[in-house]
Design a binder for this molecule. Structure first.
Ligand code: GLU
Length: 440
């Protein structure tokens, strides 16, 4: 027997921006196709004209591209195929298996017997009693098909096998199987993917931090991390590995290892994984990722930080950021003058800050350039001692003065990026600030 080429598809409804939950469906379908040298297509299910959102189609395509889930060929747009569905609906009417009523075409459900079905996920066997089923609409009065007709017609014509879709479609299986039979078409295999729920086990929503792909992108998540995390919602790789590249997933993925129990989406775990991806990224690669991210955010033009500046900072922040967006608050002070806040100085608990800062400035003036890390540290430890301050008070005072922040990348390295002159200017600015807003 000649093996059939594996064809899968992702068939989102453009009723809103591409949602994170859809990523898993698209990913699994893509993995199955790639693993088998098959084909992965995109089908836009836009036949529900009331819920149609015009920007959604573009957003879905952009989201898939950003994630690296490239589909083969051109997307199939259902609203452009109205005639086709009408032709097939008529065929069933002509066969006596469907009928027209109230301007719609209805499928005639047999009133007895059963439909047996075995899902690819967990080898679930489900038996549907036909006595519980009702006739259903194939073609609506506006001439557009329902999901049921469009699914059967399109997946037949596209030779989809297996059909990979969300669990919420499982109850519709008798409709689909009987429609395939009515046309005398071969019934594909189905994989109904487990529901994704939030950490409280309720249906996944915004409240769980589940947003659109575009929003995760804006928040500074990496596409590789999102794919990796979503892959594990319902699938356990055979080697129990947690960090997997797309290529590894292609190698290891198998629908038989997907569970049907609901999968829990935990945004803190996704953040953790994103941090792992940032840490294992090569510095030069991370530089490009951050640079592209910042350019994206600012709409193209970006004066600071330049790629060169980002490159210098990357090794300092790599261990400290979980998302690309964390780069901004942590490093902003390097390209922009700090805005001081009295409370940050107050927290240091130093009485005569102005005098201390003036002493700091004196020492900096005396220090030989380029400043040396070891000498810098020794000098200010000694100064702290002389002024009866702790070393941490001293270094924190310098930190707040040069950055306006209590948390920064390592102090000396930050100062090196700022440069000796700018550092001294900032200490002077801080002297002025504490003079004008005494901490008292
Ligand atoms: N448009 C359906 C949905 O978004 C697709 C289901 C399918 O993949 O067949 O749920």
């Amino acid at each position: 027997m000649i093996a059939m080429k594996i064809k899968t598809r992702f068939a989102p409804s453009p009723t809103g921006m591409m949602h994170i939950g859809g990523v898993r469906t698209a990913l699994y379908a893509c993995l199955v196709a790639r693993k088998n040298g098959g084909m992965f297509s995109l089908r836009i299910e836009d036949t529900d004209r009331y819920r149609f959102v015009p920007e959604a189609q573009e957003d879905i395509i952009a989201g898939l591209k950003w994630l690296g889930l490239e589909f083969d060929g051109e997307p199939i747009i259902q609203s452009e195929r109205k005639d086709l569905y009408q032709k097939y609906a008529k065929e069933l009417v002509d066969k006596g298996l469907a009928y027209e009523s109230d301007g719609a075409v209805w499928f005639k459900m047999p009133k007895e017997g059963e439909v047996r079905f075995k899902d690819l996920i967990g080898e679930r066997e489900v038996v549907f009693n036909l006595a519980d089923q009702k006739d259903f609409v194939l073609l609506k009065s506006d001439g557009f098909p329902t999901y049921h007709l469009a699914h059967v017609v399109d997946d037949h014509l596209m030779e989809t096998n297996p059909v990979i879709r969300g669990d919420e479609w499982l109850p519709s299986i008798p409709k689909h199987i009987l429609t395939f039979k009515a046309f005398d078409w071969e019934i594909p295999s189905y994989a109904h993917l487990p529901l994704i729920v939030g950490t409280d086990r309720a249906k996944l929503s915004k409240r769980h931090g589940a947003k659109s792909v575009g929003e995760f992108r804006k928040d500074g998540f990496l596409p590789e991390a999102i794919l990796n995390y979503m892959a594990l919602l319902g699938w356990t790789p055979p080697n129990d590995k947690e960090i997997l590249s797309f290529e590894e997933m292609v190698k290891l993925f198998d629908l038989k290892d997907v569970h049907w129990a609901p999968a829990v989406f935990d945004v803190t775990k996704l953040e953790w994984m994103n941090g792992e991806y940032i840490r294992k990224s090569q510095n030069s690669n991370l530089k490009t990722q951050i640079s592209n991210y910042l350019k994206d955010l600012s709409g193209g033009a970006l004066e600071h930080p330049t790629e060169e500046e980002i490159e210098k900072v990357v090794p300092l922040v790599k261990e400290r950021i979980k998302k690309l967006s964390d780069f901004v608050p942590l490093t902003d002070f390097l390209w922009e003058k700090p805005e001081y806040d009295q409370s940050q100085f107050k927290k240091l608990n130093i009485k005569n800050e102005k005098e201390v800062l003036e002493k700091v400035l004196e020492k900096l003036e005396e220090m030989e350039k380029p400043w040396d890390a070891k000498i810098f540290e020794e000098t200010f430890r000694k100064l702290a001692e002389d002024l009866e301050l702790s070393a941490s008070q001293m270094f924190q005072l310098i930190r707040v003065s040069v950055s306006g922040q209590t948390v920064t990348p390592p102090l000396f390295e930050s100062i090196q990026i700022l440069g000796e002159e700018e550092t001294k200017i900032r200490i002077r600015d801080a002297v002025e600030f504490v003079k004008n807003s005494p901490v008292a």
